[in-house]
Design a protein around this ligand. Structure first.
Ligand SMILES: O=C(O)CCC(=O)C(=O)O
Ligand SMILES: [Fe+2]
Length: 378
C-alpha cells in the first residue's frame, strides 16, 4: 500500500481551463457541534506497535460512541473544481441521455433537481452525477464536458479505493481482531474500479418558497448508507448532521481537506444555518460497496464480537438478528442495497410504511424493506 497522499496525473495544457472552486464562508451560527475523533491513516505504517495500538483503540471508541470519524488531509481541492465544472457545463442533451433510473437499483448517471425517482417529483434542489464502475469502464456513460478530466477522476477514485479504503478496512479488521486483510478480502466488492460502490458529485441548490417549506428544514431525510464505509468530503456549508449518542441530530464541523468517515451510523442533510442558506452546497461522496452476494450477517469469527456481543439498538441489525435466530436467511448485500435504492429511498418520515413511532420520547420513522422493519430517527 502506498503512502497517504494522492499524486494526481500531471496537468496537461490541452485540457479546458477549470475555474477554481471558491469555498463559501463558514457559518458563525452553530455552537453545538458533533464531537468526532480524528485519525491519520498513515500512522498504520508506524514501526512502533504502540502507535498502531493507539490508532486501533481510537477507532474502536469511535465505532462504539460516534459511528463517524475524521480522516486528515487528502489533497482534495482539485476534485471540487472538477465537480463544480461538471455541474456548470453538463449539456441539456447529456442530462437527458444520462438520466438516472433508481428503480433499477442504482443511482448511476444524472439526477435532476426533482426528487429521488426516475420520474419527475417535487423540486428538491439536489442535482447529482453518480459514477459507478460501468461509468469508469465506458466513458460513453459520462457527460461529454468531463471527458478531458476522466484521467484525474479515475486516478482519484482508484486512490480512494485502493489506498484510503483499503487502509481503513485494515484498521477496522484490526479492531475486530481479525487478520489485516479480512474485510478487504471478504467484504469489499472488487468488480471494476469502484467495485459495487460509486462516486457522487452532488450540488445542493438553495431551496425557496413552497419547496423549502415542504421539506421542513431537511434536505435529505435521515438514513443509513448501504455499503461498507462512506467517505464524505468535509465541506464549508454546514448541513451534514449525524445522530449522536445523546439522541440528538448535530452538525458535523468543517475541517478543510478532511474526509468524514461514516462507519455505519445514521445521517441526514439539514438546511444550513441562516447565514449559509443562500449558498450552493457542493458535496462529494465516495460510497464503498460491499460484495453483492454476501449475506448481511456479522463476522462471527471476530474474537471481539465473540467476547463483547452485539449492540442491539435502533437500526436494522436487531431485526436481522430476529431473522437469523429463527433460521430465516437475511438478505444479501445486493438485495438490500437495490431494495433501498429502488423502493424506499428518501421517502418522508410520514410516508414511511410503518409510520412514525415514539420510543423513549424520540420520534422514529419506520420503513419496511424486504419485510424487515427499519427505524430511523426523524
Ligand atoms: O452531502 C452530504 O453531506 C451527505 C449526502 C448523503 O448522505 C448521500 O448522498 O447519501
Ligand atoms: Fe447518505
Amino acid at each position: 500500500m502506498t503512502a497517504a497522499m494522492f499524486n494526481p496525473p500531471s496537468p496537461s495544457t490541452s485540457k479546458p481551463t477549470v475555474p477554481k472552486w471558491i469555498p463559501p464562508k463558514t457559518t458563525e451560527m452553530v455552537t453545538d457541534w458533533a464531537d468526532l475523533r480524528t485519525i491519520d491513516l498513515s500512522l498504520l505504517d508506524s514501526p512502533d506497535p504502540a502507535v498502531v495500538e493507539e490508532l486501533v483503540a481510537t477507532t474502536k471508541a469511535a465505532i462504539k460512541e460516534d459511528g463517524f470519524l475524521f480522516l486528515t488531509d487528502y489533497g482534495l481541492h482539485r476534485q471540487f473544481d472538477l465537480a463544480q465544472y461538471l455541474h456548470s457545463n453538463i449539456s441539456q442533451s447529456d442530462r437527458e441521455r444520462l438520466h438516472w433510473d433508481p428503480s433499477k437499483g442504482t443511482f448511476a448517471g444524472f439526477k435532476p433537481r426533482l426528487g429521488w425517482k426516475k420520474e419527475a417529483g417535487a423540486p428538491d434542489g439536489i442535482e447529482q452525477f453518480n459514477f459507478y464502475s460501468p461509468q469508469f469502464a465506458d466513458h460513453g456513460k459520462v457527460p461529454t464536458c468531463i471527458l478531458p478530466f476522466m484521467d484525474e477522476i479515475t486516478s482519484f477514485c482508484d486512490y480512494l479505493m485502493n489506498s484510503v479504503n483499503r487502509r481503513l478496512l485494515k484498521l477496522l479488521s484490526k479492531v475486530l481482531e481479525l487478520p489485516d486483510d479480512y474485510l478487504w478480502d471478504n467484504v469489499q466488492s472488487h468488480t471494476g474500479l469502484v467495485g459495487e460502490g460509486y462516486y457522487r458529485h452532488a450540488l445542493f441548490y438553495p431551496l425557496e418558497g413552497e419547496a423549502k417549506t415542504a421539506m421542513k428544514g431537511v434536505r435529505m431525510y435521515g438514513h443509513t448508507d448501504y455499503g461498507t464505509t462512506t467517505l464524505l468530503f468535509s465541506v464549508p456549508i454546514t448541513a451534514l448532521q449525524i445522530w449522536t449518542k445523546d439522541n440528538k441530530w448535530k452538525y458535523v464541523p468543517y475541517r478543510p481537506g478532511a474526509l468524514v468517515i461514516n462507519l455505519g451510523e445514521t445521517l441526514e442533510v439539514a438546511e444550513p444555518p441562516l447565514d449559509q442558506q443562500h449558498e450552493q452546497r457542493l458535496s462529494l461522496v465516495f460510497f464503498n460497496g460491499s460484495a453483492g452476494d454476501m449475506r448481511l450477517k456479522p463476522a462471527l469469527e471476530s474474537p471481539l464480537l465473540q467476547r463483547e456481543g452485539f449492540v442491539l439498538k435502533q437500526g436494522v441489525f436487531m431485526n436481522f438478528k430476529k431473522l437469523m435466530d429463527s433460521g430465516v436467511p437475511v438478505p444479501t448485500n445486493r438485495e438490500w442495497r437495490e431494495a433501498n435504492v429502488s423502493t424506499r429511498v428518501q421517502s418522508a418520515p410520514e410516508e414511511r410504511l410503518g409510520g412514525i413511532k415514539e420510543i423513549d420520547g424520540v420520534k422514529y420513522g419506520e420503513d419496511i424493506i424486504l419485510g424487515v422493519p427499519v427505524t430511523i430517527p426523524v
